[in-house]
Ligand binder design. Structure first.
Ligand SMILES: NC(=O)c1ncn([C@@H]2O[C@H](COP(=O)(O)O)[C@@H](O)[C@H]2O)c1NC=O
Length: 531
């Protein structure tokens, strides 16, 4: 085993933390390892209460903490101790009686939590901008050659374990801690900049900002999850980054249980399949190819849902991505493995027996993402050349009570069910989207055409090619029908009910066409373009 290089054994540590979870045990562990401790007001008191020997920062600096904590550690006797270059600055340190500090344990004022409160006034936001903390974090991270910086309580255990193995912390560990520290301050400053860039300049300090807009500059942090062999095409390099903070179970939370590494396109397609399957309460299966669902079904159980989803487009399902909204069981796994070539299978969880079945095909990527609950609102990004489009994630969904019947024919309860199913699928089909559905099954999908009528024509062709009788199906159009042509196409296939947002200049003409064909049509008032 190779010995770690440049091990530093800290002798003097400064501890100043807002989030005090785990700090007493960590400080005690440092003390037990011979480290003398310095600390600021609240942290100092807590350590003293637990009989841990500690010196207050004000005793080191000769200045009291002042201005309600705005100035505590901003002093050369602190920063000189952190930043002094060992082997170079000793004489100047001795001249000014600066003693080295070789470990800094700091976490910052809770700015994010503060501004997340609806009633947060500007003055509170401002007081929660930590100044001394990030300054120490940056000083220590800059001098990681000789100083260890700890910004996260989740590092405490690992640090102590390495200390006990190596007698201190290696250069590699200090470097990684410094990286974490710079990421931490970058995220922190990004949040502050976003906040200042999003509140009106004339906000009274004693009031919550009246409005919050998109910030003047957009700062966001994403963490590297994986690198891929290539991007959308083999000549493009690619990596997968995930948001920092709380993540909704989905593509960003996957655990790979088996199979080849995920490609760029696998990740995009798996996300599309998973987000679609999340729309259903009943056992459901979504099969995706090239970011579009090619078969969607609910069923008595996952096996039934899978067989039904596959039945509507066996051709496109070849090499597809299959997503479920329940724990994958052995029966469903068996049904897939014996039946088709599949790239990815994903479910909230996978039973041991199902994993054993999929193991027969070691190349199949088997993923579990965790059980989702409430959708978490977040932002959606789209890169354009030289820019970034930012919008709210499309979490809009209509319920039956939102539907407005606009035709003479009224939809039956069964038709309403079919309409709602078709609408849920259409939301995840690239625009222009036309979806036919009956009895919890997508009976025809036309995706991504430049004119809506062609999506309808393609849905018809697909259904015919698969010998599916569309008669009695519902049809969804994710955006309004601009002309009667798509409706006429649907009528030709025997569609009996239509769901669409409404709002076209020619709504009257389209409604008249529906009445002519005896079709029941409902408006949702909500559109789901997906580009
Ligand atoms: N002003 C300073 O010199 C200063 N030095 C450290 N802090 C912060 O004070 C907090 C800890 O305070 P206390 O130990 O009093 O609970 C930490 O989040 C630390 O980042 C400071 N506070 C804010 O800027």
């Amino acid at each position: 085993m190779t010995q770690p290089v440049n091990v530093v054994t800290p002798k003097r540590a400064l501890i100043s933390v807002s989030d005090k979870a785990g700090i007493v045990d960590f400080a005690k562990a440092l003390h037990d390892r011979g480290v003398s401790l310095i600390s600021t007001g609240g942290t100092f008191k807590l350590l003293q209460q637990h009989d841990i020997p500690v010196t207050e920062a004000s005793e080191v600096t000769g200045f009291p903490e002042m201005m309600d904590g705005r100035v505590k550690t901003l002093h050369p006797l602190i920063h000189g101790g952190i930043l002094g270059r060992r082997g170079q600055d000793e004489s100047v340190m001795a001249e000014h009686n600066i003693k080295p500090i070789d470990m800094v344990v700091v976490n910052l004022y809770p700015f994010a939590e503060t501004i997340a409160k609806d009633d947060c006034i500007l003055a509170d936001a401002i007081e929660n901008i930590d100044i001394g903390g990030p300054t120490m974090v940056r000083s220590a991270a800059k001098n990681h050659k000789d100083v260890a910086i700890v910004v996260n309580s989740s590092s405490y255990e690992e640090i102590l374990s390495e200390w006990d193995t190596n007698g201190g912390l290696s250069h590699a560990t200090r470097f990684n801690l410094a990286r974490l520290a710079f990421e931490h301050t970058a995220k922190y400053d990004g949040m502050i900049a976003n906040y200042f860039g999003s509140v009106p300049a004339d906000t009274a300090p004693s009031k919550p900002p009246e409005t919050r807009s998109f910030p003047e500059t957009f700062n966001s942090q994403f963490l590297l999850k994986d690198t891929m062999r290539y991007g959308e095409n083999p000549h493009q390099k690619a990596a997968f980054y995930i948001e920092s903070g709380e993540l909704e179970p989905g593509i960003s939370t996957i655990t790979t249980l088996q199979g080849k590494a995920l490609s760029f396109n696998n990740i995009a397609d798996t996300d599309a399949a998973l987000e679609c399957v999340k729309s259903f309460e009943e056992p459901a299966c979504v099969i995706v190819k090239h970011a579009n669902p090619c078969g969607v079904a609910t069923g008595k159980n996952l096996t039934d849902a899978y067989h039904r989803a596959l039945s509507v487009d066996t051709t496109s399902a070849f090499g597809g991505i299959i997503a479920f909204n329940r724990e994958l069981d052995a029966e469903a796994a068996e049904a897939i493995i014996g039946k088709q070539f599949v790239e990815v299978i994903i479910a909230p969880s996978v039973s041991k027996a199902a994993a054993d079945v999929v193991a027969q095909k070691p190349n199949v990527r088997l993923l579990a993402c965790g059980q989702w609950g409430q959708r978490i609102p977040s932002l959606d990004f789209k890169r354009v050349n030289g820019g970034l489009l930012v919008q709210d994630r499309d979490l809009g969904m209509v319920s039956e009570s939102d539907l407005k019947v606009v035709t003479k024919a009224q939809p039956s309860p069964e038709q309403i069910k079919d309409l709602m199913f078709a609408w849920k699928v259409a939301k995840f089909v690239k625009s222009n989207a036309i979806v036919y559905a009956k009895d919890g099954l997508s009976t025809g999908i036309g995706a991504g055409q430049m004119s809506r009528v062609y999506s309808a024509i393609i849905a018809n062709i697909k259904a015919k090619d698969e010998n599916i009788n569309i008669a009695g199906s519902a049809m969804a159009s994710e955006a309004f029908l601009p002309f009667r042509d798509s409706l006429d196409q649907a009528a030709e296939m025997g569609v009996s009910a239509v769901i669409q947002p409404g709002g076209s200049m020619r709504d009257e003409e389209v409604i008249a066409a529906a009445d002519e064909h005896g079709i029941a049509m409902v408006f949702t008032g909500m559109r789901h373009f997906r580009h």
